[in-house]
Structures are given as C-alpha cells and as structure tokens.
Write a protein that binds this ligand. Sequence first.
Ligand code: ATP
Length: 134
Amino acid sequence: MADEKLQRLEIVTPERKVYTEDVRMVVLPGSEGEFGVLPDHAALVSALKIGVIRVHNEGKVTKIAVSGGFVEVRDSKVTVLANSAERQDQIDVERATAARERAEQRLSAQGSDIDMIRAEAALKRAINRIKAAS
Ligand code: ATP
C-alpha cells in the first residue's frame, strides 16, 4: 500500500553492495532463529547464520542468500554486513551444484577435522544458494 511506512535495507559484503532499497518487512536468518523486522523496530544487533533473507515489498517477496554475518537495526534502517550475499537472480545454480558436489566428495573422504569443518560450511552455503534460487 502506498501509505505504508518503509525502512531502508542495505546489504553489503566485503566485495560489493548487494542491495539498497526502501522496503516494508525483512525476515532474517538470525543465529538464534528467523525474525522479522518492520519499520520502527527496536534497535538491535544480531549475528546471522547461513540462510535466506526475505524482503517483503509491495506484495512481492525477494530472496537473498546470505552466508552469515551481522545485522544492525536502528532508526528504521536495517544494515546487513554479510560474508557473501547474492540476490535470487544473481545466483549461478550450476556453480552452486558443483560446489555442493565438491563438498559432498570431501565429506565422504577421510580428511583432517579442519577440512571437514570447511567442507560442511561449503555444503551449507551451496545448499542455501540452491534453495534461494528456487
Ligand atoms: P565456490 O566454491 O563456488 O566459489 P563458495 O561458497 O566457496 O563457492 P564464497 O566464498 O561464499 O563461495 O563466495 C565467493 C564469491 O562468489 C562471493 O562474491 C559470492 O557472492 C560469489 N558466489 C559464490 N557462489 C556463487 C553462486 N553459486 N552464484 C553466484 N555467486 C556466487
């Protein structure tokens, strides 16, 4: 609706600005669970896990894959600092599928604990991208 109050959403990574729009509602993958933010939300800072950010605006939902990071909410501004983030239309599904297969192969082979932790994180990122793209 035209008279609904909006809030500014900014998503940045070390590499680029992924998203800057005035939006109605943002649902975020918080480290303690998903939560929604509407304009005039109380100030907060939260860690984010690998997951999908859902932006609700003018009856549409935009999905953005995020690979962990932090969110700050203050004065009707939502700022996400992400390790990496891609909008649904930026996700290369073939690349994510190849990354998932590589990670699965590493996990089925015997390696060091560090390799296993890295492979598990890579697998989670790949599955999350495939989910966000669908
Ligand atoms: P890969 O093994 O395919 O590089 P990764 O999970 O190791 O995947 P990241 O380190 O999380 O990749 O990201 C590196 C850069 O590549 C970031 O800019 C990220 O947005 C981008 N990226 C990674 N995978 C994809 C993908 N499937 N589609 C689009 N961009 C991607």
